[in-house]
Design a protein around this ligand. Structure first.
Ligand SMILES: [Zn+2]
Length: 172
């Protein structure tokens, strides 16, 4: 194996922090079942700490993240597993204010990457949204109506405010 097979320099701080983390590690008794029955679908935005936002901790909830908190095939696949096998009985879809994916359109993102890096990403669909509330409603409805999801699961949509930390439920 070459010495580059794991890029230690790139992860130095993370590995050092982990050495400290394991000294007081207290979750070894947990299973993969979500103790509070919650799954949150949210954005990858680094300002959001999903467990803290809802007062939970390791073991309590399933967290699914992607750009824009969009419901994709892979999100549905994961929610099916979570609702049958991992104790999830409520799903909160949680996009946020000031999300880049709701501020630009598909073409603008492709153009920006192309002009800065010279790479054509047009084969990817980034799933930008024009109207964040409308997109959230559509995503909530698509989860609720997904035929393979376990019966009796509550599905709600809300928007997280990155300036106040507040979650505002949306009628979907
Ligand atoms: Zn975002």
């Amino acid at each position: 194996m070459s010495k580059d097979s794991f890029p230690y320099e790139s992860f130095k701080d993370a590995l050092e922090a982990n050495d400290q983390y394991i000294k007081t590690f207290k979750y070894s008794e947990l299973t993969g079942v979500a103790q509070k029955g919650l799954a949150i679908v949210t954005c990858m935005d680094s300002r959001i700490n999903p467990l803290s936002v809802v007062g939970m901790q390791s073991g309590d909830a399933k967290i699914l993240r992607n750009a824009g908190a969009r419901v994709t095939e892979d999100v549905l696949r994961t929610l099916v597993l979570a609702t049958y096998l991992l104790g999830v009985n409520r799903i909160l879809i949680l996009p946020h204010t000031n999300c880049r994916m709701a501020q630009v359109d598909e073409a603008e993102i492709h153009n920006e990457i192309d002009s800065k890096y010279g790479i054509d990403t047009s084969e990817l669909e980034f799933k930008t949204v024009k109207d964040q509330t409308q997109a959230l409603i559509e995503d909530v409805v698509s989860v609720r109506s997904y035929p393979l999801l376990n019966k009796g699961v509550s599905v709600g949509g809300a928007i997280y405010d990155v300036t106040t930390g507040k979650i505002t439920p949306v009628e979907c």
